[in-house]
Design a protein around this ligand. Structure first.
Ligand SMILES: NC(=O)CCC(=O)C(=O)O
Length: 266
């Protein structure tokens, strides 16, 4: 199976409309890949909070339309990263879309863990509360977005729902690049799954992006990693290695669920 992770530069000197067109052209160059993956909030920028209201779109808005067409034109499964969705009740969500090679929407995932503590996304957006997996012909993918990467229980939930390849769309800052690589490898090792994690390049809202998109195998080995700039990271991998790894080193079978809470002394 071949996946192409497009590490998009998100800079304020390019309009959302221009970037949408440029990204569609980049997807067209990946014809022949089985899966193309885009990062988090690439139309507007994950840290460009002041733009969220103005650039919010309905689910079937311009990003949905452009990405459905791009998937169909290239004939690829497209993990289209996320955009700012405005729901019918006015709530904003950080929503990832997945399209089939025919351009049909296969899934929409609203980011579960919002970043920013008491500001930014955490206060401006609603939180999703549903895990999402999609069965591709070669592998079942589990969907996650950026800050989600810090929450292992969410990834275990995706694995319990059948995910073998964990896909993370991110706008991860350079400041915490070491965490990015470490957490991607940890999620792969503990779940004995592939991790495909794509970030952004460039600088938006004054936040330099980490880039360094990464593909990790079920043994925790890094199969490929991008540099800091805009880049397409293309990688071949064998999804059957997930079952083989789980069979040969069956740690997932040794889970102990439902343990008693610690006794309270005194
Ligand atoms: N957009 C995000 O979710 C950023 C997450 C982040 O910077 C971190 O977890 O660190």
């Amino acid at each position: 199976m071949r996946a192409s992770l497009i590490q998009i530069a998100v800079d304020p000197d390019e309009s959302v409309k221009a970037r949408r067109g440029r990204v569609a052209s980049l997807i067209a160059t990946q014809r022949g890949a089985d899966l193309v993956v885009l990062p988090e909030l690439w139309p507007v920028g994950a840290f460009a909070y002041e733009e969220f209201e103005a650039e919010a779109e309905p689910l079937r808005g311009p990003t949905h339309e452009a990405m459905a067409k791009a998937a169909a034109d290239a004939g690829v499964w497209l993990y289209a990263g996320s955009f700012v969705e405005r729901a019918d009740d006015g709530t904003l969500y950080n929503t990832t879309l997945v399209f089939t090679p025919e351009g049909e929407r296969a899934a929409a995932y609203r980011k579960i863990h919002r970043f920013g503590f008491d500001k930014g996304e955490a206060v401006m957006m609603g939180a999703g509360d549903e895990l999402v997996t999609v069965a591709l012909p070669q592998t079942t993918i589990g969907l996650a977005t950026c800050y989600d990467l810090r929450f292992p229980e969410m990834f275990r939930g995706l694995v319990d729902a059948g995910a073998e390849t964990l896909v993370v769309a991110a706008g991860w800052p350079e400041r915490r690049r070491a965490h990015w690589t470490l957490l991607a490898q940890a999620r792969a090792v503990e779940n004995q799954a592939y991790v495909l994690a794509v970030g952004c390049a460039g600088t938006h809202a004054g936040v330099p992006q980490a880039g360094h998109s990464i593909v990790v195998d079920p043994w925790g080995e890094v199969l490929a990693q991008a540099g800091a700039g805009e880049e397409v990271l293309s990688v071949e991998f064998d999804p059957s290695r997930v079952a083989a790894t789980r069979e040969q080193f069956p740690a997932l079978k040794d889970r102990r669920l439902g343990l008693a809470p610690p006794a309270v002394l005194g």
